[in-house]
Every structure is written in structure tokens, then in C-alpha cells.
Design a protein around this ligand. Structure first.
Ligand code: GLP
Length: 242
């Protein structure tokens, strides 16, 4: 694991965006694994700025997103499909036909999951996967548990995750209880991984991810065995590691 320390959220975002920009520049037809949440918003902002300055070209890029809430349509303002359009896709020249997100209202969830994994495979895998981290150490929506699922699957969200994500919804009752998520194998098979973590509420998860035992109780700890994983933290997220 390579750790890049930033002093604050903005610097963290810039450093993560620099790694992604280098990937896009060096391989214009990269498959990018993308994430949602507050953590990568600033990263996307930098990528959009550099695109607007003429320094980045997304026309050859394909994307696969990590996850989506079960039951939300793509135009629901808290769906991850909506998030991606709002925070990245609507602002750069990526071809929407080359963007992939699990369909939250898929009629056959099992087929949606196997088709998603087949899609990732047909693309030749993910070149660079961007990740955030949940306060409980989840990545994507791979929640802590006795075992982790390898491929894309539907998962029940932990109460702590519902608590953490309720800030985006009108009420706690509105937070979906299930989500589609890429599995831990899907994530670990990415050629490169960049994880961004910001804020004191991530400090415990970051410490366990980087220094703790490798355990399914902290899904992000499995990243310790990945050969090319960069963790970009701000000072608050790193505060328990000093
Ligand atoms: C969400 C997402 C994750 C994200 C995490 C942290 O539940 N499924 O992909 O990394 O929680 O979100 P945030 O960055 O908003 O703290």
C-alpha cells in the first residue's frame, strides 16, 4: 500500500485526480472503476477542471461504477447513476454508452449481477479503480461480515451504513436497505486502486485498513494484499495513524 498524505480535502482530491489524470493520459482507452459519495466529489471536480482546460480527453474512456441502491431509478436524485451524471459525466466528453452502473430497478437482480461481471470481464477488467471507504471499513457496499462475496451481488446494508448515508435523504426511512455492489474479487482484480479518505469519521477505518489485521470484518483491509493500491488521506483521516 502506498500512502499519500494531504493536509485537507482539497489537496487529497487534487492528488487523487492527478493519479487518475495520468492514467487517462497514458492510456486513452482505460477502463475506470468509479465510486460515489462525498469522498470522490472533489476528485471529479479536478478532472472536470483539467478537461475544461483541454488537458484531458474522456472520449475513449469506459467506466464501471461500484454500486447502486436497489429500488432507485437512474433519475432519482440519490441514485448513483444520477450522482455520476451530476458530478462527472455531464461535464466531460465521456460517451454515456460507455458508462456502466448496475440498474437499481433490474427485474432480475441475479441476472443483473452476472451480466455486470460478464461486462467487466468483456472489457478486459478495470485499469484503475477509485474507492472511498465507509466508516465501518466497507468498500463499494461490501459490508463487514464473516465472509465477503466475490462477484457483483445484492447486499443488505448495515444499520451503521444506513445511518452514515441518511444525510443524503429526506429521512432515514427513505434510505434503501439493499444495494447492488461489485464484489471483493471484482475490486481486487483492478490493475490499480486509488482510495480517498477524508475526515475524522474515517480515521478508525483508515487505521484498521492500513495497519490492522487482514479480515473480512474490515473489508478495506484486504487492499493490503493488492500490488498497486494508493491510499490518499487528509490529515483528519490519518489522525489515528500518527
Ligand atoms: C457509500 C458508498 C461507498 C463510499 C462510502 C463512503 O455507502 N457505497 O462507495 O465509499 O459509502 O461515502 P462517503 O465518501 O460519502 O463518506
Amino acid at each position: 500500500m502506498k500512502i499519500i498524505k494531504a493536509s485537507n480535502y482539497d489537496e487529497m482530491s487534487k492528488k487523487a485526480a492527478q493519479v487518475i489524470a495520468a492514467q487517462i493520459t497514458l492510456k486513452g482507452d482505460s477502463v475506470l472503476g468509479l465510486a460515489t459519495g462525498s469522498s470522490p466529489e472533489g476528485t471529479y471536480k479536478y478532472l472536470i477542471d483539467w478537461y475544461n482546460q483541454g488537458d484531458l480527453d474522456f472520449s475513449g474512456i469506459t467506466s464501471v461504477n461500484l454500486d447502486e441502491y436497489v429500488g432507485l431509478t437512474a433519475d432519482h436524485d440519490q441514485s448513483y447513476a444520477y450522482f455520476m451524471r451530476k458530478h462527472l459525466f455531464d461535464h466531460v466528453n465521456i460517451d454515456l454508452a460507455n458508462t456502466n452502473i448496475p440498474c437499481g430497478i433490474a427485474e432480475d437482480p441475479a441476472a443483473e449481477c452476472s451480466n455486470y461481471d460478464a461486462k467487466i470481464k468483456s472489457l478486459g477488467g478495470v485499469d484503475l479503480q477509485l474507492l472511498g471507504i465507509g466508516p465501518n471499513g466497507h468498500i463499494g457496499f461490501n459490508e463487514p461480515g464473516d465472509e465477503l462475496v466475490a462477484g457483483t451481488h445484492v447486499t443488505d446494508l448495515k444499520e451503521s451504513t444506513i445511518d452514515a448515508n441518511q444525510r443524503f435523504f429526506a429521512s432515514r426511512d427513505d434510505v434503501p436497505r439493499q444495494a447492488f455492489t461489485m464484489g471483493i474479487r471484482d475490486i481486487l482484480q483492478a490493475k490499480r486502486i486509488v482510495l480517498v479518505a477524508s475526515g475524522k469519521n474515517k480515521a478508525d477505518a483508515v487505521k484498521k485498513m492500513v495497519f490492522g489485521p487482514i479480515t473480512t470484518a474490515v473489508p478495506a483491509s484486504l487492499l493490503q494484499v493488492h500490488p498497486d493500491c494508493t491510499v490518499v488521506v487528509d490529515a483528519d483521516a490519518w489522525s489515528l495513524c500518527e
